[in-house]
Write a protein that binds this ligand. Structure first.
Ligand code: SF4
Ligand code: SF4
Length: 259
């Protein structure tokens, strides 16, 4: 079993995971800083965030990308990162901020749910299991830290309904790691494989159309229940899309092609 110092050695000086200890925090309309954090921020959004938000707004994923998303160069040199487009004035407000608070609260992105925690995932453990660590972050303007409600990380995850977001974000992180190995080599930026990858990860409604047009589900052995789920919901389609990209770009045995 790892002792505390082994864990601490994994992270930069001063970053100590919360483990089982508690932190004090509360965010509600009565805090004087209410919605202060919904402006002038760099908000990264991930594939599952897009699905949740565009379904909440009753939009097509392509329209959502055009209206709300900025494509930027992030830490991955071979695949674009997405950020929420803030209003183009001095205030740089989140487009989902209303007079009464977050207008998409139930479907807010994973970064908004996780705050004031940050999550790190270690995939290099000896037993091949992934391990997650949480850290408390503080911003001077955030007065939620002065509130008295105490939380363990587990309680925060449950309260913020983060569990499934973390599952989907981890699947996305695996894809992003594959992209970082440049499986697009030889095609250059915006070549056919990168366009397909962008569509699967970020433009799920366009991918659904592609799956139908190319009869993609019939090309692989999929049990009936999974196939029904893929046809029915966007999360299952995204998971299928990740498997398809892993098969296509990295030759991984994630799908079995029909003969
Ligand atoms: S999505 Fe909601 S919680 Fe997140 S920054 Fe925008 S308004 Fe704030
Ligand atoms: S308490 Fe922190 S998280 Fe809540 S509104 Fe204020 S600044 Fe934002």
């Amino acid at each position: 079993m790892q002792n505390k110092s082994d864990i601490e050695k994994k992270f930069p000086e001063g970053m100590v995971p919360l483990g089982n200890s508690t932190f004090r925090f509360a965010c509600h309309p009565k805090v004087p800083c209410y919605t202060r954090c919904c402006r002038k921020l760099d908000l990264y959004i991930y594939p599952y965030d897009i699905i949740q938000l565009k379904n909440r707004l009753g939009m097509n994923s392509e329209d959502f990308l055009n209206q709300y998303v900025e494509v930027v160069r992030g830490s991955n040199p071979y695949f674009p990162t997405l950020m929420l487009k803030m209003t183009e004035n001095e205030e740089r407000l989140c487009p989902f901020l209303s007079n009464t608070g977050c207008s998409v609260y139930e479907e807010r992105p994973s970064a908004c749910r996780t705050y004031p925690l940050e999550r790190a995932v270690d995939r290099s453990t000896r037993r091949g299991r992934t391990e997650e660590y949480y850290f408390l972050t503080r911003h001077d303007y955030c007065l939620g830290h002065q509130e008295n409600t105490a939380w363990t990380v587990k309680e925060w995850i449950r309260d913020q309904k983060l569990y499934y977001y973390n599952v989907m974000d981890d699947l996305w992180a695996e894809m992003d790691t594959i992209f970082a190995g440049n499986p697009f080599a030889g095609e250059g930026a915006a070549g056919p494989k990168q366009i397909l990858s962008f569509m699967v990860c970020y433009n799920i409604d366009r991918f659904r159309q592609y799956v139908g047009d190319h009869n993609l589900l019939n090309k692989f052995r999929l049990d009936k229940a999974r196939r029904r789920q893929i046809e029915k919901d966007d999360e299952s389609l995204l998971r299928f899309g990740y498997d398809w990209l892993k098969y296509l770009l990295a030759g991984m045995p994630t799908l079995v092609q029909k003969k």
